[in-house]
Design a protein around this ligand. Structure first.
Ligand code: F6P
Length: 342
């Protein structure tokens, strides 16, 4: 067979590990040829590609980013975009495409499948907000990076008796904030799933400090929002999929906390540090298992599916199920985080 591969959306540690596993499995077990399309869906629209083989993939496992490049190009938003993708697949004699990405990339994969092209999806996002899979690769690495940062913030917060706000990624779901907040012993965890009350937050920080705690770290997901009318946030631009570019809640919060509590407060935005660099062992293994399973799905003709992790096993689920609804943070996890707030 001739297989196509692409990586779309925000990059994430483990993408190269998936590419390496796809190539190894396809070439060694099935004698396939593999074409890598460059910069996500952009490469299919513009017909830009590179040949992939086991030799090209040597040394790739621990490397962050993606050798194929990525973009947030949405062919559905470009006139004739979907047809251009199909023409490129046909021109290269591609029997099946493996699309590695998050909700937007897999949403496009779903549309392409419905239009008759054979596609298998691999779930990727540091946000861990894709339905039908317990974990996406990249998430555990991002959580570890955020936890290390929170540990460091704790010692400097204690030295200066400050409140330190740590802003982490998480546009619609606060998985990184919840996990890293619990792992790092945060005084408060603010997530998009639960509007926060600035009065309540400041009262709880004050109570905590009066109890003898001399420092606090507040973890806030970039998509967290205050209860209506309680705090003003600036609106951002949108990308090709209509998502608002976030970032900035940490600084707003720090100013407000300092103003209301009188405790010196600073903000740290972790930003793309959470997405760059080498994947941890868990993500390397998950990415490798996903890559191998995607090739098996292709050879079984399971098109329109996504490989997923369920009860520690790799399974196949319909793409429609994966992109239908966002996976938000389990409220019981937030209750655990709250237990440690004072
Ligand atoms: O979707 C993954 C993600 O890391 C989000 O958490 C974040 O909001 C977004 O990407 C940032 O994207 P960009 O790098 O395009 O600004």
């Amino acid at each position: 067979m001739r297989l196509g591969v692409l990586t779309g959306g925000g990059d994430c540690p483990g993408l190269n590990a998936v590419i390496r596993a796809v190539v190894r499995k396809a070439e060694r077990s099935f004698g396939d040829e593999i074409v890598g399309f460059l910069d996500g869906w952009r490469g299919l629209v513009d017909d830009r590609w590179m040949e992939l083989n086991v030799e090209v993939c040597r040394g790739l496992l621990p490397k962050g980013g993606t050798i194929l490049g990525s973009s947030r190009t949405n062919p559905s938003a470009i006139e004739g975009g979907l047809e251009a993708c199909q023409a490129t697949l046909q021109h290269h004699g591609i029997d099946a495409l493996i699309a590695i990405g998050g909700e937007d990339t897999l949403g496009m994969a779903h549309r392409l499948t419905e239009a008759g092209s054979p596609v298998v999806g691999v779930p990727k996002t540091i946000d861990n907000d894709l339905s039908a899979t317990e974990f996406t690769f990249g998430f555990q690495t991002a959580v570890q990076i955020a936890t290390d940062a929170i540990d460091r913030l704790h010692t400097t917060a204690e030295s200066h008796h400050r409140v330190l706000v740590c802003e982490v990624m998480g546009r619609h779901a606060g998985w990184i904030a919840a996990y890293a907040g619990i792992a790092g012993g945060a005084a408060a965890v603010l997530v998009p799933e639960r509007l926060f009350d600035i009065d309540q937050l400041c009262a709880s920080l004050t109570a905590r400090h009066e109890l003898g705690n001399f420092a606090s770290v507040v973890v806030v997901a970039e998509g967290a929002a205050p209860k209506a009318g309680s705090l003003e946030l600036a609106a951002g631009d949108t990308d090709a999929f209509g998502h608002v570019r976030l970032g900035g809640i940490g600084a707003v919060l720090a100013t407000e906390i300092e103003k209301r509590t009188g405790y010196e407060t600073r903000a740290t935005v972790l930003g793309h540090i959470q997405r760059g660099g080498t994947p941890n062992a868990f993500d390397r293994v998950l990415a490798t298992r996903f890559g191998v399973a995607a090739v098996e799905a292709v050879h079984d003709g399971s098109y329109g599916t996504m490989v997923a992790l369920q009860a520690s096993q790799i399974v196949r689920v319909p793409l429609a199920e994966a992109v239908g609804e966002l996976k938000t943070v389990d409220p019981s996890l937030l209750e655990i985080a709250d237990l440690f707030s004072a």
